[in-house]
Design a protein around this ligand. Structure first.
Ligand SMILES: Cc1cc2nc3c(=O)[nH]c(=O)nc-3n(C[C@H](O)[C@H](O)[C@H](O)COP(=O)(O)OP(=O)(O)OC[C@H]3O[C@@H](n4cnc5c(N)ncnc54)[C@H](O)[C@@H]3O)c2cc1C
Length: 474
């Protein structure tokens, strides 16, 4: 395909948003420069986010499963953990994928510049390269894809390696005796699960009344129950008021909702309280780009900023800060630049928490429907009635559909259980295709699989689920 050969495009930042945009632009025949401080494309997601965390979570799941095997008559010895080899497994995964992106970049003739970009004006970037040299480069269009970084709480700032953010925790410096995880969002729970599996006593502190704010409570409950067994403690409605170094650890003051304070010492602390957009790009003030009150760059549905020649995508433009949202935005921005009639207006962006069990949802949540007083019908299929879940000895899962009462259209899907992250794609497709509950109920799903739970939850809506007996009324 080659329909816009004359355009010169720069993409600043080579995360999943930036490299997806750069690659599509090259595929459309544009002349593309991709700028990032790392040696290869990948960004946060590949170097210090999605990918290394999932490699470690895979190992955590294996440890948990080999322990559960006792119940099936198979006993393994306690795992011997070689942290150096585990670290190199994770690093090799990252190297393989980022190296692959480097090759794909070259194959597409994308000019990859290792360095940092600053704006001279709306079409010229000053690039400081890895070797310290500087170059001013001009383009027809620039796409900002600078991503985000861990949020910092000033009272929790201590200059010691014992205090970690997600990047530090993924480095896996050791398996500390105890770890305080500040924040019960997905990053804290995923990394907490890794450390707990490796033998660390993990305490999670969350200031809100529940883990994973944003997810429906019935989806979080089975995860909460399992984490309660895995972690030393989960403290809700609690904040970390202060931290200080104390001998061989960090003394943390934990403040409850009732004002009570308890002090505990932890070998390490992981602060995972959200992420901040990287919108403080030097020289951005020389352009017309506007930044909103929360630090996100403002864009329209074509991802164009207030400066006609500058587009922005990914974490730097807003929630949800997820890799797949970033790459889809990147592709829309490039198509818009190419003059195609496009807009970024998805009906559903899936969210997956890669804990054990996994939690995944897309579209309208039951909580949102309640908050908006929207009339919906929720159909739930408990995995205790799923043949596949029973063969896996993991019956605690649940699949639910949120349906429009009048049209029976699928508005949202929520799943908790092993493999929920893989299953949710069917829900996203159903929502995007405007499927009705009937469409899902009539679609033959393979047996025995967990995907049948999606079909059976649609059958639950009609009161005709094969594996759930519903007594007749009256
Ligand atoms: C521990 C962890 C786990 C995660 N797990 C998941 C997951 O499972 N699934 C998921 O969807 N998301 C996950 N995320 C979130 C995901 O990583 C982000 O949503 C995604 O990386 C955003 O992509 P992006 O392209 O917007 O930017 P980023 O990936 O943040 O990349 C931006 C790049 O721009 C570079 N940059 C910044 N400023 C400049 C400049 N001036 N010049 C040149 N380059 C610059 C940065 O160095 C970086 O390389 C996770 C994040 C973390 C931290």
């Amino acid at each position: 395909m080659s329909d816009t050969p004359s355009l010169r495009i720069a993409v600043v930042g080579a995360g999943p948003g930036g490299y997806a945009a750069a690659f599509l632009a090259a595929d459309l025949g544009m002349s593309v420069t991709l700028i990032d401080p790392e040696v290869n494309p990948g960004g946060v997601c590949l170097y210090r986010g999605c990918i290394p965390s999932k490699a470690l979570l895979h190992v955590a799941k294996l440890i948990a499963e080999s322990d559960q095997a006792k119940d099936w008559g198979i006993e393994f010895a306690a795992p011997k953990i070689d942290l150096n080899r585990l670290r190199s497994f994770k690093e090799n995964v990252v190297k393989k994928l980022t190296g692959g992106l480097g090759v794909l970049s070259k194959q597409r003739k994308v000019s990859f510049v290792q360095g940092r970009a600053a704006f001279q004006n709306s079409t010229t970037l000053n690039v400081t390269k890895a070797d310290g040299s500087q170059e001013a480069l001009s383009f027809d269009r620039i796409i900002i894809a600078t991503g985000s970084r861990p949020a910092v709480i000033p009272t929790l700032k201590l200059d010691t390696p014992r205090m970690m953010d997600s990047t530090g925790a993924l480095d896996l410096p050791d398996t500390p005796g105890s770890l305080l995880v500040v924040g019960g969002g997905y990053i804290g729970l995923e990394l907490g699960s890794v450390y707990a599996a490796l033998g660390t006593r993990v305490t999670v502190v969350e200031m809100l009344p529940g883990l994973l704010p944003g997810a429906d409570r019935d989806l979080v409950l089975p995860l909460h129950k399992r984490l309660e067994k895995m972690f030393e403690s989960i403290l809700l409605n609690t904040t970390v008021a202060a931290v200080k170094e104390d001998g061989n650890g960090i003394r943390a003051s934990l403040k409850g909702q009732d004002g009570s304070t308890q002090e505990k010492i932890f070998a390490r602390v992981l602060v995972s309280v959200g992420r901040k957009p990287n919108s403080e790009i030097p020289g951005l003030e020389n352009t017309q780009v506007k930044v909103g009150p929360k630090g996100f760059i403002q864009v329209n549905k074509q991802l164009q900023t207030d400066d006609a020649s500058i587009y922005a995508i990914g974490d730097v433009v807003g929630e949800p800060m997820l890799a797949h949202k970033a790459s889809h935005e990147g592709r829309v921005a490039v198509e818009a630049i190419a003059g195609h009639k496009v807009a970024f207006e998805p009906n559903a962006i899936p969210a997956v928490v890669f804990t054990d069990p996994e939690v995944a949802w897309c579209g309208l949540t039951e909580t949102q429907a309640q908050n908006d007083n929207r009339e919906v019908k929720v159909a739930k299929f408990p995995w205790a009635a799923s043949g596949r879940a029973i063969t896996l000895d993991r019956p605690e899962g649940m699949t639910k559909l949120i349906l429009d009462l009048q049209t029976e259209r699928v508005l949202g899907v929520g799943i908790v259980g092993v493999g929920a992250g893989e299953l949710i794609a069917e829900g996203v497709l159903a929502i995007e295709m405007a499927a009705l509950a009937k469409d899902i109920a009539l679609t033959i799903h393979p047996h025995p699989t967990l995907s049948e739970t999606v079909m059976e939850s649609a059958e639950v809506f009609y009161g005709t689920s094969t594996h759930i007996y519903r007594p007749k009324r009256g």
